[in-house]
Design a protein around this ligand. Structure first.
Ligand SMILES: Cc1cc2nc3c(=O)[nH]c(=O)nc-3n(C[C@H](O)[C@H](O)[C@H](O)COP(=O)(O)OP(=O)(O)OC[C@H]3O[C@@H](n4cnc5c(N)ncnc54)[C@H](O)[C@@H]3O)c2cc1C
Length: 345
């Protein structure tokens, strides 16, 4: 039997969208070329906030804010369904200068965000984080527990349009049909749709990170300075990130980024001096104009939707974005204005 929904791409956005639709009673299949969550969703830092919210447009902050509000219950549900702890942690974020203190204070006052300024730094106590590999593991297990079909190791190679409908998707394992299709292929979303979305401004933006194996307790909050951040994990590991590079689908890591991240990390936290770096990786973010994702129906194809282009904040936005799309598809009232996330072909 054909599924109600075929989800094209199994990152954090595809998996959370699948779960949300299944919760509405739909029969859902996810097609993923690699392993679920193995691309940008695995590579990210897991900070659940725009780095400096006052630098972003309202649609970005609104989606992040709703994501933040949903996160505690979302991770609790995932953990009780799967037994996997995504390590949600409201650890706070310290922003070191330079920054625009007036803009920060105004924005936080307007939006009810607690903000403290001390020693010439900003302290945002509400900023939380999750551990990417753990939230993905929990989501994947929850998807399977829900009876969603997860087809991993299967690549979408073509999509077939018949008039105003998408009629089939070709994969490396044959043709799949569904009533409705949702593209969640992250940085590859435009490639997957090809001529159906010729001018869609979604493109890969590489980000590189380093991982230090430090002792637990060395750092207990996120530190951010001029776009570079340190993220502590509960077991002592500390991530430093990240670059934002417009280099196409090149996922290699570079010595220059390693050197830059390493020296930035030591400047932020000199106690890392003798701490080993145990990993260096990169991921391709789904870049979009002004970081505003597309959560919408295709302008011409009635049974094709997108949930993609979350750029730097897909982990933060995932629960809100999935909810918004499910509400849109079910024609329910939406918490946010869907017009802000329209499909610009
Ligand atoms: C270094 C770095 C740091 C980041 N830090 C943060 C952060 O702190 N906080 C935050 O909120 N966000 C962060 N992000 C961004 C966040 O990770 C992304 O926005 C998010 O993961 C996007 O999720 P996605 O599911 O759309 O994409 P992806 O995780 O890339 O998933 C897309 C999936 O589609 C699959 N796919 C592609 N083509 C095909 C095909 N032809 N057939 C089948 N499957 C296909 C891919 O294999 C992939 O698994 C960071 C990203 C990076 C790289």
């Amino acid at each position: 039997m054909n599924p109600d929904f075929l989800i094209l791409g199994g990152g954090i956005i595809g998996l959370s969208t699948a779960l949300e639709l299944a919760r509405d009673g739909a029969c859902v299949t996810v097609v993923e070329r690699g392993v679920a969550g193995g691309e940008s969703s695995w590579a990210g830092g897991g900070i659940l906030s725009p780095l400096l919210p006052w630098n972003y447009a309202a649609p970005v902050n609104q989606l992040c804010h709703l994501g933040n509000a949903l996160y505690p219950d979302w991770v609790a549900d995932l953990q009780s369904a799967t037994g996997i702890d995504p390590e949600y942690w409201r650890c706070g974020m310290r922003v070191l200068p330079p920054f625009d203190a007036d803009a920060a204070h105004n924005w936080c006052a307007q939006h009810g965000w607690p903000l403290v300024q001390d020693d010439n730094a900003l302290w945002l106590p509400e900023v939380a984080q999750v551990r990417n590999p753990r939230i993905i593991k929990a989501l994947r297990a929850a998807v399977l527990a829900r009876g969603i079909r997860l087809l991993e190791g299967i690549e979408i190679t073509a999509v077939t349009r018949t008039g105003s409908h998408l009629s089939a998707v070709d994969t490396t394992h044959g043709r799949i049909r569904a009533a409705t299709y949702i593209v969640t292929a992250g940085a590859w979303s435009q490639t997957v749709l090809g001529e159906l979305a010729p001018h869609w401004p979604i493109k890969p933006m590489r980000g590189q990170m380093l991982l230090f194996r430090a002792e637990p307790g060395l750092l207990s909050h996120v530190i951010l300075q001029q776009g570079i951040y340190l993220i502590p994990r509960r077991d002592g590991h500390i991530l430093v990130g990240s670059t934002v590079e417009d280099v196409g689908f090149d996922k290699s890591t570079t010595a220059a980024a390693h050197a830059m991240l390493y020296s930035a990390a030591l400047a932020l936290l000199p106690a890392l001096q003798n701490t080993p770096v145990i990993m260096h990786w990169s991921g391709l973010r789904p870049g979009s104009v002004d970081n505003i994702p597309t959560i919408a129906r295709h302008p011409l194809i009635e049974n094709l939707y997108a949930n993609t282009g979350h750029f730097r904040y897909g982990v933060t936005m995932a629960p809100a974005s999935a909810r918004l799309l499910a509400d849109l598809i079910a024609d329910r009232p939406t918490t946010l204005n869907v017009m802000n996330y329209q499909w610009m072909p």
